[in-house]
Design a protein around this ligand. Sequence first.
Ligand code: ACO
Length: 333
Amino acid sequence: MEFIEQVKQKARSNKKRIVLPEGLEERTLRAADIILSEGLAELTLIGNPTLLHEKAALLGLKNINKAIVVDPENHDKLDAYTDLMVQIRKNKGLTKEDALVQIKNPLCLAVMMIKAGDADGEVAGADNSTGDVLRPAFQFVKTAPGISVVSGAFIMILKNKAFGHNGMMVFADCAVHPNPTAEELAEIAVATGRTTQAIAGFEPRIAMLSFSTKGSAKHEMVDKVVKATALAQAMAPDLKIEGELQSDAAIIPEIGLKKAPGSEIAGQANVLVFPTLETGNIAYKLVQRMADAEAIGPILQGMAAPINDLSRGCSVSDIVNLVAITAIQAGGN
Ligand code: ACO
């Protein structure tokens, strides 16, 4: 069975409540119709209910009436959500007055639904930048216990099945944290290992990438990856993590053997952890375009509740797929 079909089957078997704050956005509405007809999740759509139902009718969508629709201008949780916002951020100077303004923003309303236990996860970003989706999530939902940094992983499905796990690989961080410290990079490696186990469904062999393999180059940027590797190994002794490795040494068996003899990971890596966001973001986009790979994500990892960000160039099926993945993250299965 295709990977995404397996994901959908898991989502269907443990239905979660996902909020889509861009309810009036056409691709989101079309995706919502498919999600509801396939029973992948229960949905809350944020948007003016009259406009939303008119748009759904115009598009010929038959399932939207199965969703809860919440009007950001007029709903009965205004007081409860804004009180909670003030409680969470009073030490940052947030007043009730400020909260009443912020809660009008559907992206803020969505995270407060999660925080208050009215939704299990969120998918947004078809119409908003990554920063605008993530900021309210960072501020109110925050990171999971023991995690200080949120990052974004992509499941890459390659045409060449010789790479990774039968053509599947996981890349991170490709979406969130521009310049991690060694400590943060170690956290990103461990989080990516857990995402690989939970979502991609295979045992991770994690390569910490650099422009050096096992001391072949000397530079402070290499030192960061060496330190991050040691920290990650200590944080998660159950995971197979190795570095520093160049990308060819990580994925090509003969080169791995030559540059890092005796390594369990070199030449066999199925998870690539990039030293910075620049390298991760550039790499996943090049592989996606030049190798015609499918890039599923970004799957945000490290947040206290599953919140995922779409690219503004996303398709309807990208939204459906990310909702299914978010539902699995919410179910912890
Ligand atoms: N993990 C956890 N918390 C974070 C993170 C993180 N990675 N980054 C920021 N925060 C928290 C801060 O601690 C702060 O919390 P506080 O207000 O409680 O103190 C809050 O978020 C806001 O922090 P700022 O530093 O003001 O955050 P800012 O809004 O400047 O930046 C952002 C955060 C938007 C995610 C920024 O790092 C960014 O722009 N990253 C790049 C995103 C991007 O453009 N990715 C590429 C496109 S995606 C793609 O191609 C798939």
